[in-house]
Design a protein around this ligand. Structure first.
Ligand SMILES: NC(=O)c1ccc[n+]([C@@H]2O[C@H](COP(=O)([O-])OP(=O)(O)OC[C@H]3O[C@@H](n4cnc5c(N)ncnc54)[C@H](O)[C@@H]3O)[C@@H](O)[C@H]2O)c1
Ligand SMILES: N[C@@H](CCO)C(=O)O
Ligand code: NA
Length: 441
C-alpha cells in the first residue's frame, strides 16, 4: 500500500486531537483512503510544553518549514494570520494538499489562498473553519452548487450562544454568563473575538462567498457583538415570545433600497437578533451551532451540531484529510470554489428588518399616542406594543415610569434610526433602552 506523508502545524486544542486520531485510527483510515497516512512531523512552539494528549516526542519540532517540507498533506491548526498564511502558501506551491480550520485567515486572505491552490492543482480544504464538526462547507459548496441559495441564517459561535442561552434560561447577567462560559472552557481567556462577533463575522464571510459564488471580503460584513445585551433585554424578549441569538445572516436584497425591483445584492451581517421561540434556530441551546439555509429548489435546510471543541472539530479536519488524501490517490483536485457570479456586496443600509425597541417613558395620558404619531410620521409601522409600569422607578413629583417594548414591521435601518432619534427627543421619553433586530417573525 502507498504511504502519504502528513505534516501537522500546531498541536493545541484541535491539533493534538487530530494527531491522536491519526495515530490511533491509522489502520481504519488507511482502509478508507487506499493509502497509509504517516504523520511525519508536528510543528509546535515549545517541544516541552504540557499537552492534553501525549504525543511522540520525536515528531515534535519548532521548525515549521522543516516539518512541512516533503509532505503530501499539510494540516494547519496554529491559527492566526502569520506564519499560517506563508506556511500554507509554501505547502501549496510545493504541491501538498492543505487542510485548515483557520477562519480568521480565510476571511481575510481566502481568495489569495484558493488561487494558490488552483494554480498548484491541489486541494485546500477547510470544513473545520465554519461551525466546527458540522458539515457545512461541502454541503454549501458542492451539494447545493446547482441550487440558488437566497438566505443563510447561522448560529456559528458557540461561546456567545452559551452566554445568551444562560441569560435566557437562568436570568444571568452578561458578565456572569461570560464568566461561566470561561470557567467551562468554551470562551477563550481573551473572549473578544467571540463576544464582539468577530469570529462569527469571519465565518459569515466564508459562508457568503460559497453561498453566493462571489468573493466576499471581511470588510463587507457589518458586525455587532453581544456585549450590550442586558438581562432586561433578554427578559423582555422572553415575555414577548422571542429569544435573542447572535446570528450571522447572508441574504439577497435589493442593491439599492430605493429601487426594490432593481438589481439584487447580498448583505452580510452579524448582530444580536430576536427570533420567535418557535423558529428552528431558537431551539439551539448551550454551545451548539446551527446553520439554516433557504434555497430556491431545496427549500429550508438546517445543519446542527457541535460548533467548537477539540474532539468534535478534529472530526471535520479528519474528514478533510481523508477526502484530500483519497483525491491524491485517485488524482485531481476535485471541486473548487466558484466565484463567477460577481454579486454586489451591499451594506446594512439595504436591509429591512423588524426591530424591537425598548423605551423608558413617563406613564402619563397621551404619551403612547405621541410616540405612535412619531413612528407614523417617519413611515415606520408598529407591529406590537407592550407596556410595563415601574412602581420603583417613580420620578420625584411626576408620574411613574413605564417600560415600552415596541416591535415594528419591516423598516430600513436609516428610517428606523431617524424614528428612534425623534422619539428620543420627546420630553416624555426618558431613555431609549435598546434597539434590536427581529428575524423569522
Ligand atoms: N477550538 C475550536 O473549537 C475550533 C473550532 C473550529 C476551528 N478552530 C480553529 O482551529 C485552529 C486551531 O484552534 P485551537 O483551538 O486548536 O487553538 P489553540 O490555540 O489551542 O492551538 C494552536 C496551537 O498552535 C501553536 N502555534 C501557534 N503559532 C505557532 C507557530 N508559529 N509554530 C508552531 N506552533 C504554533 C500554539 O502554540 C498552540 O498550541 C484555529 O484556526 C481555530 O480558529 C478551532
Ligand atoms: N470560539 C469559537 C470556537 C469555534 O470556532 C466558538 O466559540 O464557537
Ligand atoms: Na464545519
Amino acid at each position: 500500500m502507498e504511504t502519504l506523508k502528513v505534516a501537522l502545524l500546531g498541536a493545541g486544542n484541535v491539533g493534538a486531537q487530530v494527531a491522536r486520531i491519526l495515530l490511533e485510527d491509522a489502520d481504519a483510515l488507511a482502509g478508507r483512503v487506499g493509502a497509509r497516512l504517516e504523520l511525519t512531523g508536528i510543528a509546535v512552539r515549545d517541544v516541552d510544553a504540557p499537552r492534553t494528549v501525549d504525543l511522540p516526542r520525536d515528531l515534535l519540532s519548532t521548525d515549521a518549514e522543516a516539518v512541512l517540507s516533503g509532505a503530501d498533506l499539510v494540516v494547519e491548526l496554529m491559527g492566526g494570520i502569520e506564519p499560517a498564511r506563508s506556511l500554507i502558501k509554501r505547502a501549496l506551491a510545493g504541491g501538498a494538499a492543505v487542510v485548515t480550520g483557520n477562519k480568521a485567515l480565510l476571511a481575510e486572505h481566502g481568495p489569495e489562498l484558493y488561487a494558490a491552490a488552483e494554480e498548484a492543482g491541489v486541494q485546500l480544504a477547510y470544513e473545520a473553519a465554519v461551525a466546527g464538526a458540522i458539515p457545512i462547507i461541502r454541503p454549501v459548496r458542492d451539494n447545493l452548487a446547482g441550487d440558488n441559495i437566497t438566505r443563510v441564517l447561522g448560529i456559528v459561535n458557540g461561546t456567545t450562544n452559551y452566554i445568551l442561552d444562560a441569560m435566557d434560561t437562568t436570568g444571568a447577567s452578561f458578565a456572569d454568563a461570560l464568566a461561566e462560559a470561561q470557567r467551562l472552557g468554551y470562551a477563550e481567556a481573551d473572549p473578544t473575538a467571540d463576544v464582539e462577533g468577530l469570529d462569527a463575522a469571519a465565518k459569515a464571510t466564508i459562508l457568503a462567498s460559497l453561498a453566493f459564488h462571489t468573493s466576499f471580503d471581511r470588510a463587507h460584513v457589518s458586525c455587532e457583538g453581544i456585549t450590550a445585551i442586558t438581562a432586561a433585554d433578554v427578559a423582555a424578549a422572553r415575555e414577548a415570545g422571542y429569544v435573542i441569538k447572535l446570528l450571522a445572516i447572508c441574504e439577497a436584497v435589493p442593491a439599492d433600497p430605493q429601487a426594490p425591483d432593481g438589481d439584487r445584492g447580498v448583505a452580510v451581517r452579524v448582530h444580536p437578533t430576536l427570533l420567535p421561540r418557535e423558529h428552528a434556530l431558537a431551539a439551539v441551546r448551550g454551545a451548539f451551532n446551527a446553520v439554516y439555509i433557504e434555497a430556491e429548489y431545496a427549500g429550508s435546510l438546517m445543519f446542527y451540531g457541535a460548533g467548537a471543541g477539540g474532539v468534535p472539530t478534529a472530526s471535520a479536519v479528519l474528514g478533510d484529510i481523508v477526502s484530500s488524501a483519497r483525491r491524491r490517490v485517485l488524482g485531481g483536485p476535485g471541486v473548487t470554489e466558484s466565484v463567477g457570479a460577481s454579486v454586489t456586496p451591499v451594506g446594512l443600509e439595504a436591509v429591512a428588518t423588524s426591530y424591537a425597541i425598548g423605551l423608558r417613558v413617563a406613564d402619563a395620558p397621551g404619551v403612547l399616542a405621541t410616540i405612535a404619531r412619531v413612528f407614523g410620521d417617519h413611515g415606520v409601522s408598529i407591529g406590537t406594543l407592550r407596556q410595563t409600569t415601574h412602581a420603583d422607578g417613580a420620578r420625584e413629583g411626576t408620574s411613574n415610569d413605564a417600560d415600552l417594548r415596541i416591535v415594528t414591521h419591516r423598516a430600513l435601518d436609516a428610517a428606523l434610526r431617524r424614528t428612534v432619534d425623534a422619539v428620543g427627543q420627546l420630553p416624555a421619553v426618558h431613555e431609549v433602552t435598546s434597539i434590536l433586530r427581529v428575524e423569522g417573525a
